[in-house]
Design a protein around this ligand. Sequence first.
Ligand SMILES: [Zn+2]
Length: 62
Amino acid sequence: MAVPRNRLSNARKNSKRSHMAKKPKNVSNCPNCSKLKLPHRMCPFCGHYANRAIINEAGAAE
Ligand SMILES: [Zn+2]
């Protein structure tokens, strides 16, 4: 197994981790019910995708 030759200082460790921050999720509003939804996914509130009902109000797939 490879072993690090020198100790990584806290400053070098933290500057390496400066690129690892999480970005906020890219959410948009549903065109049907205008609640927040993830892109390329069906709306979890009204079951619409691409202005069509994928799942009806009873929760069954059409
Ligand atoms: Zn919706």
